[in-house]
Design a protein around this ligand. Structure first.
Ligand code: NI
Length: 178
């Protein structure tokens, strides 16, 4: 059993959130430790999904549990090097949040269904055909691996509504950077 790593959340506008993440090539204990640490961070932050850049790692790893319940281990999904091979269905709107944007929500439009091909933590191929909430989580987390953020997908109205909160995050980042 790989040792779980401890992570802090990386918040907007940290530059790592804007990088295109790099593929995982070796499915070793380090990757398993990252995955375990990401789940812990996600649950502790009351999230349902997390991408590696959100813990400061420029790696193509995402994890999710649509229930957000750490007791429901059977709902945990690990997608490494995920590729969304199709996006289909009606466009749906949903009030999305993001652990890198605490307190900020915005109605984001996405296609209802998607197919994702990836590898699991052991490097075994995974193919999932998703719709509804799971599909939305995967599309949101996959955006993170491309450096695309909630703020890029929100409407002008939502951007205006969240202007103060966004500015606060920028100020906090600057203050912490010194
Ligand atoms: Ni997010």
């Amino acid at each position: 059993m790989a040792e779980s790593l401890e992570f802090d959340l990386t918040l907007y506008p940290s530059p790592v959130l804007r990088k295109v993440a790099s593929p995982i090539e070796a499915f070793d204990d380090e990757v398993k430790g990252i995955v375990a640490g990401m789940f812990e961070r996600m649950y502790e932050s009351s999230g349902v999904g997390l991408a590696a850049p959100q813990v400061g790692l420029k790696l193509r790893i995402l994890v999710y549990n649509e229930t957000g319940d750490p007791e429901q281990k059977d709902k945990e999904v690990v997608l490494i090097n995920p590729v969304i091979t199709s996006r289909t269905g009606d466009t749906t709107h949903y009030d999305e949040g993001c652990l890198s944007f605490p307190g900020i929500y915005a109605e984001i439009a996405r296609p209802d269904a998607c197919t994702v091909e990836a590898q699991d933590a052991d490097g075994q191929p995974v193919k999932l055909e998703l719709s509804g909430f799971e599909s939305r989580i995967v599309q949101h987390e996959h955006d993170h691996l491309e450096g695309i953020l909630l703020v890029d997908r929100m409407s002008a109205g939502d951007k205006l509504r969240n202007k103060g909160a966004l500015e606060e995050l920028v100020e906090r980042y600057k203050a912490e950077k010194g």
